[in-house]
Design a protein around this ligand. Sequence first.
Ligand code: F6P
Length: 371
Amino acid sequence: MSLSPIRKIAISTGGGDAPGLNAVIKAVVTTAELKGWECVGIRDGYNGLLFPERYPKGGVVPLNTATVRAITPLGGTILGSTNKGNPLKYRVTQADGTVVETDMSDQLIASIAAQGIDAVVAVGGDGSLSIAYELYQKGLRIIGVPKTIDNDLERTVVTFGFDTAVAFATECIDRLHSTAQSHGRLLVIEVMGRYAGWIALYAGIAASADVILIPEIPYDLAHIATHLQQGAFPDKGYGIVVVAEGAKPKDGTVSVVENRMGNVERLGGIGEKVALQLEQLTNIESRAVVLGHLLRGGSPTPHDRIISLRFGAAAVRALAKGENGVMIAIDPPEMLCVPLADIHHRMKLVNVNSDTVYTARELGICFGDDI
Ligand code: F6P
């Protein structure tokens, strides 16, 4: 199918934010301008188009080189984001309090056309990219850019935001060594990552953790207690455990907190549980620290800035070449286009037989299993 020439594109940032979003926006806008295309930003995922009445200053905002000039180092997204704005399953609360999921995708696509938008660059994680795939199947011209601190998207070596999250988690864990040492305590640090252990694994290795617990390796508390009592405590008098929010015990389940405003499982609480259980097992005073959303904030690292800028520029180049229904992926040194279909409902987990996991084990780090 031949596609009509592009004159105007829109950017949407959806799902949980990640450092580097603004850098992607900047590169999309400046590269589009070079092609002679107009560029706009949709507020809060697609809400700016679905509910324009909520935006007195406009649900769609013009973007140009001047408006994006200084945004590369900024955390968050100048367009706003939402992880409750799936246009295919929009949750509407009825007068009686019940929630009904409504498909608003036809309305969204009509609204995109009415704005004269020829193509969309959708920057998001698995949820937003699945939405992009479904909108593509309904005829929208769309290119995805992989965003998430969790690094859990298939077909790309890395997502932007991950490096910044790992760098900050590493700094926090580094700082916790000294207080753990002063008090002879066990410090348990819970990090984000959903059902993948990338952040815990990378930050745990970089910051010399004694134990790393990830969803991909269900743990046994007895092994962790033995490891700490026979290694970390006799050796240095304190212990550092990094636990991914989605880690779970053998034959157990993930730890969740109540999701008061949504329908997705909200992970959380595993750090406190592990600290309490290890204190009871080892009789070593333990404390838990949850890094949570701190990992999503702040200025992107130079690495995340560079890949975000490259992702944004590559997305526009791909559109200019006629690509559609694809995600930009990084496969160093190249940027590739991979079908959005390959990302849809898939998750990139840590390979437990990878060199990184072997290296961690060789460094003496325990994963809570019996290896
Ligand atoms: O996907 C990114 C992420 O930060 C996950 O690691 C975490 O589980 C989730 O978002 C939390 O999202 P929120 O609190 O914004 O709903």
